[in-house]
Design a protein around this ligand. Structure first.
Ligand SMILES: [Zn+2]
Length: 366
């Protein structure tokens, strides 16, 4: 790159930062980057294409069971505009808080049917030999994904106690939290995931958490976590109201959500036909800005103390480009994938990561 080009790139980066700064939250400790070995997790472009085609099919099945939203589900502003349309689902961006939301999401009962119908095809139906392979992959998943998240929490939250993980999935966070000395339990409504977690050695509680049982499950918690949960819930603000009203002052709340502005948002906009994560229907209803997440937390007396940005923006972009060009099996692509972490670290530093984890604490009563 010559000097003129590098100067241009610098200007683009600066203008992006200036434009995007308005959604950053101030006065919290900021942390950056989490290295990840995409190849060891089998996250190849072929894998991405396979997921994208399944998501497209599911999205099509629900198209006639959608409702239309007239305002931002976070700040209720009526000023919003189309950001991208994926598999015929419009995603709008709010002018006020920057939040990206599914503007015609499937109705709540349609979402429930979707998850119930597709439980049977889940991992737990695998034959025994496949379970062994999955156990190996699971160990890598715990080491690559769950353990760094728990370590981050341990850096910020010094006092351990009961950790309640809502939407525990296959139990990898619970397993990691226990390893590091927490008295951890996981709540999960998906029976297939509960069975799989049990095969992997982690027992979860089968519960669909709502207003009727929130108090009971959160009783005695020192920390409540929601990893990749809020983006699937039609009204995340309402859900956080329930969480906050069930915990005493001083309790920590840890949340992971997809984040905007990010390079992945741009990749989804440029390559909507390959959307398999981040902005994709029918699963993801929300992509949060720091500001939109802060709005629903502040409303519920939850103050963010630390924020960690990381993501898969470079993988998302490069793998989409490779698929588009039919280049995913070319020799040059492996070194490209191997360079993902270094490039991603720069994306993170520029505050353009596609994922954030925040650690908040319920405010002391005044
Ligand atoms: Zn808004």
């Amino acid at each position: 790159m010559n000097r003129k080009e590098s100067g241009k790139l610098h200007i683009v980066q600066e203008s992006l930062k200036m434009k995007d700064n308005k959604y950053l939250i101030k006065g919290v400790s900021r942390h950056y980057s989490k290295p990840m070995n995409m190849l060891s997790l089998n996250r190849t472009p072929e894998w991405k294409l396979d997921i994208a085609s399944k998501q497209k099919k599911l999205s099509g099945l629900l198209l006639d069971r959608c409702i239309a939203l007239d305002c931002c589900p976070i700040c209720m502003s009526k000023e919003h505009r189309l950001f991208v349309s994926i598999f015929d689902y419009p995603f709008h961006q709010c002018d006020a808080c920057g939040h990206i939301f599914s503007q015609r999401p499937p109705a709540t009962d349609a979402i429930r049917d979707l998850y119930n119908e597709h439980q049977d095809s889940n991992d737990t139906k695998a034959v025994q030999s496949e379970v062994y392979a999955k156990k190996e992959l699971y160990k890598k998943r715990v080491a690559n994904i769950a353990r760094p998240k728990v370590n981050f929490v341990n850096k910020i939250v010094k006092e351990k106690g009961r950790w309640v993980d809502i939407g525990a999935g296959v139990g990898d966070i619970v397993a990691s939290a226990k390893e590091s000395g927490w008295d951890a339990i996981g709540l999960e409504s998906d029976l297939a995931e509960i069975r799989f977690a049990e095969q992997m050695g982690t027992k979860l509680v089968n519960a669909f958490i709502d207003e009727s049982n929130m108090d009971r499950y959160l009783k005695g918690a020192k920390l409540v976590s929601l990893f990749n949960v809020l983006e699937h819930i039609p009204s995340p603000g309402e859900f956080m109201r329930l969480v906050s009203s069930s915990i005493p002052d001083g309790t920590n709340v840890v949340i992971e959500v997809p984040r905007h502005p990010s390079i992945s948002s741009f990749a989804n906009k440029a390559f909507p036909e390959y959307a398999a994560r981040h902005i994709y229907p029918p699963d993801h209803l929300h992509i949060f800005t720091e500001k939109s997440l802060d709005i629903i937390l502040k409303e519920n007396h939850l103050n963010i103390e630390a924020i960690w940005l990381f993501g898969q923006d470079i993988f998302e972009t490069f793998s989409s480009m490779a698929i588009k060009g039919g280049h995913e099996n070319q020799a040059l692509f492996s070194p490209v994938l191997e360079s993902v972490n270094n490039l991603q670290a720069d994306v993170d530093k520029a505050d353009l990561s596609d994922t954030m984890i925040v650690v908040a604490v319920k405010r002391k009563a005044v």
